[in-house]
Design a protein around this ligand. Structure first.
Ligand SMILES: Cc1cc2nc3c(=O)[nH]c(=O)nc-3n(C[C@H](O)[C@H](O)[C@H](O)COP(=O)(O)OP(=O)(O)OC[C@H]3O[C@@H](n4cnc5c(N)ncnc54)[C@H](O)[C@@H]3O)c2cc1C
Length: 474
């Protein structure tokens, strides 16, 4: 272990101990506010005529009130309204559907649930199969409802920038294949036949993964849900929740008395007074190129496969859309940021983060020669919920067991948040067999220190080590 690595380990351990020490402090709710900025992503540019629904301005009641109109909220509305057509569902969204991470991400539709830690063979098979089934469902739902959504199903890579890690990945693939999981290991030359990536020693390739335009997917589902009777209100931020057998959900000009609610607010959930010590809102920058011509694509050597991510702490991730854009996120220490007091919007225009975007594009150019100087067509920032162990949790809480929640998917939420809607619907109905014992059901989170330790710890960690705070799996 180098001197730097051992220092990093000490800081990591110190942060974790600090977190344990302050976890009992109460949080000063009054001085934080919910900030939600405009979604300027490439994905949003494909729904130029979208008009948000009118805000809630009455007092109403519901069997289920869903707070948040991203993948978690919309997938819950979809599964719940299918299983319980006679129950009244109201969904309230602070701004417009898909305005959060679901409409601003890298678009990679991946298997697995991030941060589960070690699993038995049987659990490994069950978790893989559940996410695989979710991706299949997304595709069949697009087909069944004739949604106008751009997506790809030609596989994604996790590539290795270190020879030893590539060797270990190959052994991992051998194990997965033995238990029936059809992931492939491709050596560097085989990777380059699909995407001409430089500086990689091989990659895990999962042919069933893909890419999804989340803004189109979610917004195209709105009329499907409304036809089933789901009421959807946009520009309706929830400011307060009063728990009880009937829960009062209060918005600026309205109120919902609900028998049960779903917190589908991921990186914004702390602002409602829930899970404040469990995660921090992390801002991640992403940009896209203009659509590349067939000729340009060939020159770069992106011939097949939806995308790749790498094996580094400040992960690079990239996809190519059917329309020809390359979408690139991460890849630089300054491409990720935590803002004091859990701010949920990145201030200023994308141009105020030029240094970050320049650094990211340098990384892209190293992986894909010829792309480092390309024009950037769209630049945006998204907010995700990051827990210390990078785990998510999906479950139910509260004295009356009527507060459902799903959050903390890290950078792996496209599939997991779509799966969350099915899980919440199953938990509601007591159909828990499929999810029994899964490591993310009602999972606990390691506590993260509150301010000013949170901001200070994040800054120290990222500046001194170039890494994000992360507690090793227990
Ligand atoms: C930059 C970035 C890149 C990513 N890349 C990938 C990727 O390539 N692959 C992958 O699998 N995952 C990726 N992720 C993660 C993934 O996008 C998220 O985990 C997932 O979209 C979370 O969905 P959600 O519905 O839970 O949250 P969100 O999509 O954030 O939705 C929450 C919604 O709640 C609303 N809301 C918040 N507070 C309130 C309130 N008080 N009242 C009413 N409404 C409220 C918000 O406006 C928002 O619309 C990425 C995330 C980011 C930010």
């Amino acid at each position: 272990m180098t001197k730097n690595q051992s220092f990093a380990k000490k800081i990591e351990a110190g942060l974790y101990n600090a977190a344990r020490g302050v976890s009992k402090l109460s949080y000063p709710l009054g001085w934080e506010k919910l900030e939600i900025d405009e979604n300027r992503s490439l994905w949003a540019s494909y729904t130029p005529d979208y008009k948000p629904n009118a805000p809630l301005n009455v007092s109403t009641s519901a069997d289920l009130c869903i707070i948040g109109g991203g993948y978690t909220g919309i997938s819950t509305a979809y599964h719940f309204s299918h299983h319980y057509p006679d129950k009244k569902v109201v969904l309230v969204e602070a701004k417009s559907l898909a305005n959060g991470a679901s409409g601003r991400n890298g678009g990679m539709m991946l298997n697995w649930v991030y941060g589960t830690g070690a699993m038995s063979d049987e659990m490994t098979q069950r978790v893989y199969s559940a996410t695989h089934q979710t991706i299949e469902n997304i595709e069949s739902l697009i087909k069944e409802h004739h949604l106008d959504v751009s997506y790809r199903r030609d596989g994604c890579f996790e590539v290795f920038t270190d020879e030893q890690r590539a060797i270990e990945a190959k052994a991992e693939v051998d194990y997965l294949n033995r238990i029936g999981i059809p992931i492939q290991f491709l050596d560097a030359d085989q990777v380059r036949q699909k995407i001409n990536l430089q500086g990689v020693y091989g990659g895990l390739f999962d042919p069933s993964e893909g890419q999804l335009n989340g803004v189109q997917f979610i917004r195209e589902l709105r009329p499907v849900l409304e036809a089933r009777g789901v009421e959807i209100y946009e520009n309706s931020p929830v400011s307060k929740i009063n728990e009880g057998k009937t829960i009062e959900v209060i918005t600026k000009n309205g109120r919902i008395n609900a028998k049960a609610i779903v917190l589908a607010t991921n990186g914004y959930t702390g602002k409602l007074g829930y899970f404040r010590k469990s995660f921090f809102p992390l801002h991640s920058h992403v940009f896209s190129t203009p659509p590349l011509s067939e000729d340009e694509s060939q020159k770069i050597g992106w011939n097949g496969s939806a995308g790749f991510s790498d094996d580094l702490n400040r992960i690079s991730y990239a996809t190519k859309t059917n329309e020809g854009h390359i979408v690139f996120g991460g890849g630089s220490n300054i491409s990720y940021g935590y803002l004091f007091n859990n701010r949920t919007a990145f201030p200023g225009s994308p141009h105020s983060a030029t240094a970050a975007f320049d650094d990211m594009q340098k990384t892209m150019g190293q992986y894909l020669p010829g792309t480092g100087t390309m024009k950037r067509a769209h630049m945006w920032t998204g907010t995700l919920a990051i827990s210390l162990r990078r785990n998510c949790s999906i479950g139910v809480r509260g004295q009356h067991k009527n507060v459902y929640y799903a959050l903390g998917y890290s950078g792996h939420g496209v599939t997991a948040a779509n799966m969350a809607g099915k899980i919440i619907t199953d938990l509601y109905g007591g159909n828990t067999a499929q999810w029994q014992g899964m490591p993310f059901i009602n999972a606990d989170f390691s506590p993260i220190p509150l301010e000013p330790f949170r901001w200070t710890g994040y800054q120290m960690m990222t500046r001194l080590t170039g890494k994000s705070p992360r507690e090793p799996h227990r």
